[in-house]
Design a protein around this ligand. Structure first.
Ligand SMILES: Nc1ncnc2c1ncn2[C@@H]1O[C@H](COP(=O)(O)OP(=O)(O)OP(=O)(O)O)[C@@H](O)[C@H]1O
Length: 299
């Protein structure tokens, strides 16, 4: 069996007093389109910078392509197509001229593939990059990242700053390229709809730790909302929830209704809850609500 493309265990990173990562675990398998989902400041960029060898971890281990970190950074980077959060190109260069520099770093650089990608992505090859919109600059970065045919594409919140149409187009291209190349794609975002559109597996990071790793379907199954009349005594509800050791993530009373959002890594417990609280309704939530429930700080 092929080794995992990325295997991170107990990753830690401290910036002075700030603990950006506190024991992060990730497993990205060959062919995954992996969505790395977390709030602002959760530790996504720090993780990606460590994977790229730009930042050194304070603890934990990283393996990529089955090889331990820290011994041959150049060989790792030659197998990674990287699109950073912000694009910094020289405005006087053109896509054609910049490729002459970039290709020197990648033995597997493929001119025909670069030309194809510029055409598919609708990036003008001979125009000065300084005249490009933000969306076209990101697409150029994607073409440069893919033209050396890397087995792993790493995207660090690439759609930040794009309008909704440009965002959608970019994500569809990423999905299409992943489907047709079989390449592993690792893609960070704080936007649930992006992850839902592109990813087949997801890692939720919160305060520098992995809160969840698996499929989107299983993620949605972890959380339920329990709805009951505001007039009913909440004590039996709370007792039943505590009895089954469900974690209460949020509770509010609104428009005559009490809503309690609960989480469990064992969905069978929700089935066990239903008969004990006959006057309440137990429902699934949309993915965005599930994510918010998992990472929101409780008041
Ligand atoms: N160079 C640095 N020096 C000090 N603190 C830093 C540095 N880089 C990141 N941090 C802190 O580490 C934490 C994680 O930051 P990181 O950029 O990895 O998060 P993120 O999930 O990528 O967030 P965003 O979605 O806002 O980009 C934050 O608290 C951030 O302020």
């Amino acid at each position: 069996m092929d080794p995992d493309v990325i295997e991170v265990r107990g990753l830690a990173k401290r910036y002075g007093a700030v603990e950006a990562l506190r024991g992060l675990d990730l497993t990205v398998r060959p062919g995954d389109v992996y969505g790395f989902l977390g709030r602002n400041g959760a530790g996504k960029s720090t993780t990606i910078r460590i994977l790229m060898g730009i930042t050194r971890p304070s603890g934990g281990s990283v393996r990529m392509f089955g090889e331990p970190g820290g011994h041959d950074l150049v060989s790792w980077r030659q197998r990674i197509g990287y699109v950073a959060q912000e694009q910094s190109f020289y405005g006087w260069m053109t896509p054609v001229s910049i490729a002459r520099f970039v290709r020197a770093f990648f033995p597997r650089w493929d001119d025909a593939e670069y030309t194809r990608l510029l055409r598919v992505l609708d990036v003008p090859s001979a125009r000065r990059i300084g005249t490009f919109s933000g969306g076209t600059k990101v697409k150029l970065a994607l073409a440069l990242a893919l033209a050396h045919r890397p087995p792993l594409l790493l995207l660090d919140e690439p759609t930040a700053g794009l309008d909704p149409v440009a965002r959608r187009e970019f994500l569809e291209i990423v999905r299409h390229e992943a489907e047709h190349s079989g390449r592993t794609t690792f893609f960070s975002s704080h936007l649930v709809d992006e992850i839902e559109l592109v990813a087949n597996r997801v890692g939720v990071v919160d305060e520098g730790r992995t809160r969840y790793e698996g499929t989107i379907d299983d993620l949605v199954q972890r959380v339920r909302v329990v709805r009951a009349s505001e007039l009913a005594d909440p004590a039996p509800l709370h007792a039943a929830i505590a009895e089954l050791q469900l974690a209460v993530r949020h509770e509010e009373v609104r428009e005559g209704e009490r809503r309690i959002v609960v989480e469990s890594d064992d969905p069978a417990r929700f089935d066990a809850l239903a008969p004990t609280i006959p006057d309440a309704v137990i429902e699934l939530l949309p993915l965005e609500e599930v994510f918010i429930a998992m990472v929101r700080r409780r008041a």
